[in-house]
Design a binder for this molecule. Structure first.
Ligand SMILES: Nc1nc(=O)c2c([nH]1)NC[C@@H]1CN(c3ccc(C(=O)N[C@@H](CCC(=O)O)C(=O)O)cc3)C=[N+]21
Length: 281
């Protein structure tokens, strides 16, 4: 083991202490931040994540409401629920837990959320603002990655960042945020030819492809920073997209799973919710 571990759990705990103070400060102005989470269906993993979000809200003093809907709900009904929450003055943030059933358009749902309550940072208006570098709600996982790198004082300017994966919620925005920090960004994905030749060039390798143990030491330049955004369950055990045991002797810095990016994602969600509450004033 030569890599330094980037401990997301610890940093998340530190950030959440500060958030608690921010929430107390807001309460002197009569404001309690409110987050609404909509959970459609009975997916066990989604239930776990939503439970973790609720617990984190409770600990920070954020009011959270869980709205559970059956997977038979129509798109119209779900959009009507969002309309209701958009108007609710107690609610500062709205999160529809993804994935949602296939008969409902994910894009229609995301676009229905008022941009000023879009604490996931998924609305096209907020994505656009992120691209131009305007102040807005940043998507939680990419923002969490950026905060972890900055906390470890890892230089970003001029560095070659290679992103593996191009999802709208992680791959694309994490590359954009690092581009905004003056990194040189290469996107790679499932159709990339000679992926290893690409990943080996990375000073900072960000892996969000959704395949367990996809990246091993042979894919990594010695001394590279490796950020594992994967959350996979293999034989009931949580593991990332990076083969930790293999890469730990090659990377200079490495994020573990669990205890890496995941806890930071939730913390950034709380931060966005508190910021949204501040914006009420
Ligand atoms: N609208 C929406 N927004 C999301 O932000 C969103 C979503 N939908 N759908 C699902 C993904 C996944 N996600 C995670 C958040 C925290 C952990 C996390 O805290 N993980 C812990 C361990 C959790 C465990 O033990 O299962 C860790 O990595 O240490 C994981 C995954 C948010 N997501």
């Amino acid at each position: 083991m030569s890599a330094v571990l980037l401990n997301g759990k610890e940093l998340a705990a530190k950030k959440r202490e500060q958030l608690k103070k921010d929430v107390e400060e807001l309460s002197t102005k009569g404001i309690t931040p409110g987050l609404a989470v909509i959970l459609v269906g009975e997916d066990p993993a989604s239930k776990t994540y939503v439970g973790a979000k609720q617990k984190a809200c409770e600990q920070a003093g954020i009011h959270s409401v869980l709205i559970k809907k059956p997977d038979t709900i129509s798109e119209e009904e779900l959009l009507a629920e969002i309309d209701r929450l958009n108007k609710d003055e107690m609610i500062d943030g709205i999160l529809v837990q993804l994935p949602i059933p296939k008969h409902i358009s994910e894009q229609a749902v995301i676009e229905r959320i008022a941009p000023n309550k879009d604490v996931d940072g998924f609305h096209p208006i907020n994505i656009g603002k992120m691209m131009t570098g305007e102040d807005t709600f940043l998507p939680c996982t990419p923002h969490g990655v950026l905060v972890m790198l900055k906390e470890a004082a890892i230089e970003l300017e001029g560095k070659h960042v290679v992103v593996v994966g191009r999802s709208n919620i992680v791959g694309k925005p994490v590359g954009q945020l690092l581009l905004n920090e003056n990194a040189t960004v290469t996107y790679t994905h499932s159709r990339t030819k000679d992926l290893r030749a690409m990943t080996k060039q990375a000073d900072i390798l960000i892996v969000a492809i959704g395949k367990a143990n996809f990246i091993s030491a042979e894919d990594v330049k010695p001394g590279a920073v490796v950020v594992d955004v994967g959350i996979n369950r293999v034989d009931g055990k949580l593991c990332g997209d990076v083969d930790f045991e293999s890469v730990k002797d090659t990377a200079s810095y490495l994020t573990p799973v669990p205890g890496g990016v995941g806890p930071m994602t939730i913390t950034m969600l709380l931060e966005n919710t508190v910021q949204s509450a501040r914006n009420r004033q």
